[in-house]
Design a protein around this ligand. Structure first.
Ligand SMILES: [Zn+2]
Length: 303
């Protein structure tokens, strides 16, 4: 196992909640290196906290806060090691994928989802999300009405038609890397909640379908949408051979055929071994792997 894939093994274990396993992988990697002593001290502290919790000497809350902090430190260690391995030298001129975000026929308060999406610009370096002022454009009413009145047999024609509409928005500054991302309260045919067009530069996410299936609060739906954005945006990069897998593993690329698995899938959210290997096997994939890891890490660091 190379160092870099070992480091991703640590990420996976943390996301799985298997702190012990993460420690043992780290131990192997770090032994004899600078930082090892510090790591041992921290791992020792964590072990005693864990023991105290099992003996009923500390509350679950104290244990949980300690665990989150320890995980954050592990991620920082991991990032340092990747820096030393020269991993950070890959494709520093990233952020060359502008993502135009459209709220199309949305029947919910989009304010906090907007904020969450904009914040993603700080969490990763691949995409630059920008909210398009679609709702204030007078032309949008006719576009939305046309879609509402049309009957769609399949998800692809639904996606193609909406993408065609949003591309009529005036003063578009499109580059060849621009991705259009549409969030809509309209239901996608056959209870699908997201799909892309064939060139993968147009993504539609149906808040309507997610709302109907889950009956969660809008806040929870927003979290779901955010994770769907994450996986669909990476998918839009057209990394060779990378596609969603049928098995639900909590991976960024779970297809979640059974939509009820979506919430499970999203709560863990890491990169599984299979997907990591596929991404690492092409030049394009390797160039973005670091950025995908950073995005996943920030889920841990921002807890
Ligand atoms: Zn996977």
């Amino acid at each position: 196992m190379g160092n870099l894939s070992a480091i991703n093994e640590i990420r996976r274990n943390i996301r799985y909640g298997d702190t012990k396993k993460a420690i043992s992988v780290f131990d192997e990697l770090l032994v004899g290196r600078p930082g090892y002593d510090d790591f041992i001290i921290q791992a020792g502290r964590w072990n005693s906290l864990d023991k105290e919790f099992r003996e009923g000497l500390v509350t679950r809350e104290q244990w949980s806060v300690g665990r989150v902090n320890f995980h954050k430190n592990l991620i920082r260690f991991a990032q340092e090691m990747e820096g030393e391995a020269g991993y950070s030298g890959l494709n520093e001129d990233a952020r060359n994928y502008p993502v135009n975000v459209y709220f199309f026929a949305c029947e919910f308060d989009v304010t906090s989802l907007k904020n969450q999406i904009i914040k993603q610009n700080k969490q990763q370096d691949i995409f630059e999300f920008q909210i398009i002022n679609w709702p204030l454009w007078e032309g949008r009413i006719a576009s939305e009405e046309a879609i509402k009145e049309q009957h769609f047999e399949g998800k692809l024609s639904f996606v193609d038609s909406i993408i065609e509409k949003v591309r009529q928005f005036p003063h578009q500054n499109r580059s060849e890397n621009t991705i259009d991302l549409v969030i809509t309260s309209l239901n996608m045919p056959k209870r699908f909640y997201t799909w892309t067009n064939i060139p993968r530069d147009g993504i539609v996410i149906s808040q309507g379908t997610l709302r109907d299936i889950f009956e969660f609060s809008q806040e929870t739906i927003n979290d779901l949408i955010l994770k769907v954005i994450q996986r669909m945006a990476i998918y839009a990069l057209n990394i060779p051979d990378l596609k969603a897998h049928e098995a639900t593993k909590g991976c960024v690329f779970d297809m979640t055929v059974d939509i009820r698995d979506l919430k499970n899938s999203i709560e863990i959210n890491y990169l599984c071994r299979e997907c990591e290997a596929i991404i690492a096997s092409s030049e394009k994939g390797r160039a973005v792997l670091k950025h995908i890891n950073k995005w996943v890490d920030n889920l841990i660091l921002n807890q």
